[in-house]
Design a protein around this ligand. Structure first.
Ligand code: ZN
Length: 514
């Protein structure tokens, strides 16, 4: 059974009145494709739950109140340095038309996940605080600060300061959050300081005073440290299913700490976890390979939405996805997708034969909207078509424009040299290598071009002419390729010839046969 369906079956036994699936991310810059894997995994759990008839809901929380703790390399340092340490929703957007920095990067990511068929309800952490819903639990964790200190100490085997409190105010003077520390809690207010040198990358202002830790419609006054906050959000929102990447799910990691807070402090059942492996680009977690950035939106430039989704749906949670777009990776992915479609659509056709139900389900869950039958043509052939002149008509006739666009991108950016070709404007020097028989062959083909040909028939005819001239298949087609492309290999010869202007080919073959 497909993993998400097994999870749904297991969850169904809990008989909860509502299964609330949630995922989240801090929009601190362009969002990495690894986070997209999280969105898809939670979407699969959500859809599988729906399919089993369990009442379910899917939300995505953007932690827009987290501080800006580093400057992305693609942003101007002069403009953004002064915002380091401030909550992301207080930082201006890099582009006009967005409320703030977090809004800009979150919306870029929302566009990507919506276009691959994931439509969670969006929640903003800032609004959770502004709504006042967090306040009761904030009081609870401040009252139990000493117990939380003990959880940290047991887990990390290091002593916590006796005046450590699980709260970080937004400095009322300078607005920063990374620089503040709470040193006391009297049941109404926290005592805080904005430290000059708390972190290396930005300075505090030195403010000291007492403030209420309770946010209201008037504004947000602070936030919980994120591991504690993760647990509190589960309780406040009502989350029952939430996983994370393996960096958070390892032993002693943030998930372990949040789980302890759930059990020992706020009395809330830990959501069903969905731990998953990384999504690497060319073996690396971050960085770029062959001009491909590793952000989620970069991936949509090189793969159609269904294929990007398929890549993630087909990979088991505990397996890393290592996507290196160079070489044959992309054509292979298209082949696999078509194979999965064949299995899916063979339901009634195959009669008694047992089909691979998991693969059929993978195909079904890779769809964006209605189930769509993919084109029959192999991607590698389409990649040849887009390199031939005068094929636009054929591509349009077969309804292949969309895939042809991606084939063109693959040829331009990722195809190995052996898969690239272009018809040479001048007679290639490689024709000097042609044998007497090959030259004979070319002049015979030139003559036959006056007849009207269909691709398949003409391909056989070329092969037969070669045989008449005493040539094997390989030598026959090499003669065509050398005289047109200056290479000894290429796409199917008949289609290549028929895609070109007849007069041009006749002239070229006659020149080459001299
Ligand atoms: Zn300050």
């Amino acid at each position: 059974m497909f993993w998400a369906d097994s999870v749904a079956q297991e969850l169904k036994k809990r008989k909860l009145s509502l299964e609330w699936v949630d995922d989240m991310k801090t929009p601190s810059g362009k969002i990495h494709v690894g986070a997209l894997r999280g969105v898809v995994i939670h979407d699969l759990a959500f859809k599988a739950l729906k399919d089993t008839g369990v009442k379910t809901k899917y939300t995505y929380i953007f932690d827009n109140h987290d501080p800006m703790d580093a400057l992305p390399v693609y942003l101007p340092k002069e403009k953004y340095e002064k915002y380091l340490g401030m909550p992301l929703f207080k930082v201006p957007s890099p582009e006009p038309g967005f409320d703030n920095y977090a809004d800009y990067y979150a919306k870029d990511f929302i566009n990507v996940f919506q276009s691959i068929g994931c439509n969670p309800e969006i929640l903003w952490a800032s609004e959770l605080y502004l709504s006042g819903k967090m306040n009761n639990v904030i009081r609870e964790v401040l009252d139990k600060a000493s117990e939380i200190r003990k959880i940290y100490e047991d887990m990390y085997k290091k002593e916590m300061p006796k005046n450590w409190y699980p709260f970080q105010p937004f400095c009322p003077n300078c607005g920063k959050v990374s620089t503040t520390t709470v040193t006391d809690w009297d049941g109404n207010e926290v005592t805080m300081v904005c430290e000059m040198n708390k972190v290396k990358w930005t300075k505090g202002c030195g403010f000291q005073g007492k403030i209420s830790p309770f946010s209201s419609k008037k504004g947000i006054v602070g936030k919980l440290p994120w591991k504690v906050e993760w647990a509190v959000k589960w309780k406040v929102v009502g989350v029952t299913v939430e996983g994370a990447g393996k960096d958070h799910m390892s032993a002693g990691g943030s998930h372990d700490l949040a789980s302890e807070i759930c059990k020992k402090i706020i009395n809330y059942p830990v959501p069903y976890p969905l731990p998953y492996e990384f999504f690497l680009i060319g073996g690396k977690k971050m960085s770029s390979s062959k001009g491909l950035g590793s952000s989620a939106s970069d991936m949509l430039e090189i793969l159609p939405p269904q294929l990007l989704r398929f890549l993630m749906v087909k990979t088991k949670l505990n397996k890393a996805i290592d996507f290196d777009p160079s070489g044959g990776t992309i054509p292979n992915l298209f082949d696999e997708y078509q194979k999965a479609a064949d299995v899916y659509f063979s339901r009634s056709a195959s009669g008694g034969e047992k089909r691979d139900e998991d693969l059929a389900r993978v195909f079904e869950l890779s769809q964006v909207g209605e189930v769509q039958k993919p084109p029959m043509i192999r991607f590698s052939v389409l990649a040849q078509w887009v390199q031939m002149p005068n094929m636009e008509e054929e591509i349009k006739k077969e309804g292949l424009e969309n895939w042809a666009k991606y084939a063109g991108i693959w040829v331009e950016r990722f195809a190995p040299d052996q898969d690239k070709f272009s018809v040479q404007k001048e007679l290639p020097k490689e024709v000097e290598e042609l044998s007497k028989e090959q030259k004979q062959l070319l002049s015979k083909i030139a003559k036959e071009l006056d007849k009207k040909w269909e691709g398949e028939v003409f391909q056989t005819r070329i092969y037969d002419i070669g045989k008449e001239s005493g040539l094997g298949g390989k030598e026959t087609f090499a003669a065509v390729y050398k005289s047109l492309l200056g290479k000894d290999h290429g796409p199917k010869a008949a289609w290549l010839i028929l895609s070109l202007d007849k007069k041009f080919v006749q002239k070229r073959f006659l020149e080459a046969s001299k």
